[in-house]
Write a protein that binds this ligand. Structure first.
Ligand code: PPS
Ligand code: MG
Length: 467
């Protein structure tokens, strides 16, 4: 195992942008083990490359299918030397595309979430699924753009995507206005694809193109082969309530998650803000606006299996462009004493037993109030070292879906954390859309000591619980 070291060209490493409110933390020293690298090939390095050079490699923006290593401004994900199942593949191309695609998808989500806060409009409406869970234009919109962009970038491959939404509602006669809103949202976002280093469609997509892109996400996963897994808007409740949510994209090969990307548009760079609803954040931002150029919220995290590192870059905001030099390594917390540890869990008590986790917390000596946050932002919080523990115990009979965990699991692991079911076994992504065989619940920790204690505490209290 192990990969090549992180090798940044000196000009890129010398003057990293320094977001003023980076939570007081600086990037860690360069690690010894394998590392993803943003590497520039070819032309003479310049200490201040133009934004277009850094952000929009021509091999992606113009050519459709990316050709790594051929363009002048060629940013390459480089974690070579094995470490990955499947013969040491580095997934450079997949990782680069996935990060760009998630960045684009986050823009669509942000626009739809803002419109939800405005007086009623079709794009700002919340619809109800058969199971009465909410769904919005963003769910279908993200699914359509991710599907379209992945297909465009990997034209030479027959890609499979597992994702939550189907096209039934949109294709129905009642869905015409909704479909129109999805088409508008998708085209509004794809026209800006070059700012993420991706290609826009030659012509605006029509309704049937959108439906086709959504239908393409009909893979059901399984133990063999390669497929993408997408949760277009994870934490839909948080999304419709104007709070935290995530866009989660992962690649699974032969049953193993090989890369994960988590877009967290409302993730605050000051971790204490995770405790507050976004409406306070919006209020505070009005009272005391963040200084221009500072990185105050919104990030994309990414990691690839076997690399031993996970990364975060700022969300690309309105007038910005994706710039790989802004990526920073993230690492789990070093806290291993339960007294100082914070645990996080789902907000809704319908999704987990708050009373069971409160009992566990007490028995292992956790003293802080739990942090309740929507979506896989909880996984991002562990990877970033903002919390130490995640616990989820769904009611008996509920089956966890792979898209709710895949991207976060690989990011936590590569950032140094441990994530298993409550029996201490790894989550199994090889059995279709569900995490089959999951033992009781999910436990993620920043390190093995805390993890061991919590798994032990579950065993000790399970029989007396009412779950
Ligand atoms: N009954 C039940 N039990 C457990 N889990 C469930 C349940 N129902 C749904 N889900 C899945 O939980 C996903 C939301 O997880 P969160 O951590 O965001 O939950 S919470 O809203 O903060 O309570 C949610 O993902 P999204 O639909 O993407 O929001 C669901 O896949
Ligand atoms: Mg989800």
């Amino acid at each position: 195992m192990g990969c090549s070291g992180l090798r940044l060209p000196t000009w890129a490493a010398a003057a990293p942008p320094s977001p003023s409110d980076w939570d007081g933390r600086r990037p860690r020293p360069r690690p010894r083990r394998g590392a993803p690298v943003v590497r520039r090939r070819c032309s003479a390095p310049s200490s201040t490359p133009t934004p277009s050079a850094a952000a929009a490699p021509s091999h992606l923006a113009a050519g459709g299918s990316p050709r790594v290593g051929t363009a002048e401004h060629d940013w390459v994900w480089d974690c070579r030397g094995g470490g990955i199942g499947g013969g040491g593949r580095d997934y450079a191309r997949e990782m680069e595309v996935a990060v760009r695609v998630v960045q684009a998808a986050c823009t669509l989500c942000q626009r739809v979430q803002s419109s939800l806060l405005l007086p009623a409009s079709a794009s700002g409406s919340v619809y109800s699924k058969l199971d009465r869970s909410p769904v919005t234009v963003a769910d279908w919109g993200v699914q359509a753009i991710v599907s379209w962009l992945l297909s465009d970038c990997f034209q030479d491959e027959n890609i499979s995507i597992v994702a939550e939404e189907d096209d039934e509602t949109l294709s129905s006669s009642d869905g015409a206005a909704l479909l129109e809103s999805v088409v508008a949202a998708v085209n509004g976002c794809l026209i800006e694809a070059p700012k993420y280093g991706l290609r826009s469609p030659e012509k605006e997509l029509k309704a049937h193109d959108i439906l086709q892109a959504i239908r393409r996400c009909s893979s059901i996963g399984g133990p063999k082969g390669r497929f993408w897994v997408l949760d277009p808007v994870d934490g839909t409740l948080g999304f419709v309530r104007g709070d935290q949510y995530a866009v989660a994209l992962a690649l699974i090969e032969d049953g193993e998650v090989v890369l994960g990307v988590l877009g967290c548009p409302n993730y605050p760079m000051k971790k204490e803000w995770l405790n507050y609803h976004q409406r306070y954040y919006r209020l505070m931002s009005k009272v005391s606006p963040p200084t221009s150029g500072s990185w105050h919220k919104g990030c994309v995290m990414y990691a690839h299996r076997g690399c031993g590192q996970a990364w975060m870059q700022p969300l690309v905001h309105d007038f910005g462009k994706l710039d790989w030099r802004n990526s920073r390594e993230v690492r789990v917390s070093t806290v291993s004493d339960p007294i100082s540890a914070t645990f996080c869990e789902p907000v809704e008590k319908a999704n987990t037993s708050h009373s069971f986790t409160a009992g566990l917390a007490h028995s292992v000596g956790l003293r802080k109030q739990p942090l309740r946050v929507y979506s896989m932002v909880k996984y991002a919080a562990i990877a970033r070292g903002d919390v130490e523990i995640f616990m989820k115990f769904a009611r008996a009979g509920y089956k966890e879906k792979i898209w709710d965990h895949a991207a976060g699991v690989v990011i936590i692991r590569e950032a140094g954390g441990v994530i298993t079911d409550a029996g201490g076994r790894p989550l199994d992504f090889s059995m279709g859309v569900f995490l089959e065989g999951l033992d009781r619940g999910i436990i993620a920790c920043s390190g093995p000591l805390l993890h061991h204690r919590i798994v032990g505490a579950v065993d000790a209290s399970w029989n007396s619980s009412t779950l």
